[in-house]
Design a protein around this ligand. Structure first.
Ligand SMILES: Nc1ncnc2c1ncn2[C@@H]1O[C@H](COP(=O)(O)OP(=O)(O)O)[C@@H](O)[C@H]1O
Ligand SMILES: [Mg+2]
Length: 482
């Protein structure tokens, strides 16, 4: 992130000097100094970004650098805008370059440049405390072609090792729940990335299940258990109309009408709510609407407590994938169907999979990471990476710690420019379906991607998206039936 930002700012500085704007605003000497400090800092940033994972002092230093880079970017932006105004003025009304406003601006910019110059000087000095290793810029391109040959293989996600769980839930829906006069609530509990949503999607799309219910509705709930929003989602997905303007009461009523006399299956995916009252309010509406036996709510959650608040049926605890299923999933992503598997890679792969504690998310992510790495040394690097040694976070379980390590390892293996594009996606709310073209436009607007030689910037954006997708940083949104 910091590296990519620094690259952009250095580039802006260079173009500023080339256009003689630095001389015009009387800051060329400071710019030269800044540029040399920043180039030196950039040389060691790759090492710094890696080490900040384990060192708080390093993290502070990178943060200081990032803050300073943003301030400098702002100054350059202001100079650029002011320069355009002056140039316009010269053409249109023959203003002299020493208009009083320009003189004030020069003095202000001169002061701010001096301050920022000092900040970078200090950051540059502090660098020596950490004994950071200089690195060469990463090479790109070679990996892409290998990916192109097999990428189509994993476009459709394949589900491994959930047959028993699926059968158990389907059986519950078809047999037990269908006889019940009461609303049945079946919670599925497990840590992040274990495959709860994937499993419930399979159940939701099962032919027998579809036949059993008059109405099936999928609602992504997430952290904010907002009753009104949930009601709204149900109305929208069943009537295809937006009930935005209606009162909460009207929405309760409409949901009751929609569900009335129907054997319905409702999925509430990723619930975090521990507030009993909120659930009671919603459940009341679902129950009022019940006009036929067998109405069921399937809930996915990471929290045991949520399950115990909502359940009418004991929680279904999802486990990690078995050793064999973990291995099949890993092979699918790491090798694809056509690649020869050398005994050495297989042996290292097995050890890597073991570290993933049966988490499909971790296995898939590391498998995708290794897909374009063909040398034993590269696999060994992943297996022996320092990321596996990151200190445990006490707030999460040891399994969750293992998964976080796998995900961090994969993130820090991304080219630096890709990390920035990916981190930017944090602006979207959880569970948000991102439209690829819009994301590319946002990357462009924020200056994260630029045209390259003969490639249009949209094309560059598309390549960035593809690389992130292949590394499993994006998940294809399944919209059918939901
Ligand atoms: N049984 C499985 N086989 C293959 N891939 C899986 C399996 N379960 C989950 N995945 C993949 O792992 C990732 C996380 O799964 P997800 O269902 O979103 O987890 P959760 O809902 O528990 O957080 C997804 O990319 C999904 O495609
Ligand atoms: Mg989920």
């Amino acid at each position: 992130m910091a590296e990519a930002l620094l690259g952009i700012v250095i580039e802006n500085l260079r173009s500023f000097v080339e256009q003689d704007l630095a001389t015009y605003w009387g800051v060329d000497q400071q710019m030269q100094k800044l540029s040399s400090h920043m180039t030196a800092i950039r040389g060691v940033l790759k090492d710094a970004e890696k080490r900040q994972i384990t060192s708080e002092a390093m993290r502070d230093w990178v943060q200081k650098l990032t803050d300073a880079a943003y301030v400098l970017e702002d100054i350059l932006d202001e100079c650029s805008i002011q320069s355009k105004k002056v140039l316009c003025g010269v053409q249109n009304s023959c203003l002299t370059r020493f208009h009083p406003k320009d003189i004030l601006f020069r003095s202000d910019i001169g002061k701010r440049m001096k301050d920022i110059d000092q900040r970078f000087h200090d950051i540059h000095e502090e660098r020596s405390m950490f004994q950071l290793a200089a690195s060469v810029t990463e090479k790109q391109g070679e990996d892409d072609d290998k990916w192109r040959q097999t990428s189509s293989v994993i476009i459709e996600p394949e589900v491994y090792g959930r047959d028993q769980d699926r059968e158990q839930i389907v059986k519950f829906l078809l047999e037990h729940a269908s006889d019940s006069e009461q609303l049945s609530v079946y919670p599925i509990v497990g840590m992040a990335g274990l495959g709860k949503t994937t499993l419930v999607k399979q159940v939701f799309n099962d032919d027998e299940v579809s036949k059993q219910f008059d109405l099936t509705v999928w609602v992504y709930v997430s952290n904010d258990f907002n009753v009104e929003r949930i009601l709204q989602s149900i109305i929208e997905s069943t009537t295809k109309q937006n009930p935005d303007r209606k009162t909460l009461e009207a929405k309760h009523k409409e949901v009751q009408e929609v569900l009335q006399s129907k054997r319905y299956l409702l999925v509430l995916d990723d619930v975090w709510n521990e507030d009993k009252e909120k659930w009671k309010e919603l459940k009341g509406t679902f129950q009022c609407a019940r006009g036929i036996k067998g109405a069921t709510v399937l809930v996915t959650t990471r929290l045991e407590k949520v399950a115990s608040i909502m359940e009418t049926h004991p929680a279904h605890h999802l486990k990690g994938l078995s050793e064999d299923d973990s291995w099949s999933l890993f092979k699918h992503h790491a090798f694809g169907p056509n690649r020869e598997e050398s005994a050495e890679l297989l042996a290292i792969g097995k050890e890597i999979v073991e570290k993933c504690v049966g988490s499909p998310l971790a296995i898939k992510t590391l498998g995708s990471l290794l897909h374009d790495k063909t040398e034993v040394r590269q696999w060994q690097n992943v297996k022996e990476s320092e990321f596996w040694k990151i200190r445990e976070e006490s707030s999460i379980t040891s399994e969750e710690n293992s998964i976080m390590r796998a995900l961090k390892l994969s993130y820090f293996n991304l080219e630096l420019s890709l990390r920035r594009c990916f981190s930017f996606c944090a602006i979207f709310p959880k569970g948000f379906e991102i439209v690829k073209e819009e994301l590319i436009h946002l990357w462009m607007a924020n200056g994260f991607i630029k045209s390259e030689e003969s490639l249009e910037v949209e094309h560059v954006g598309n390549e960035v998206w593809k690389k992130l997708y292949r590394r499993s940083f994006f998940q294809e949104a399944k919209t059918a039936n939901m």
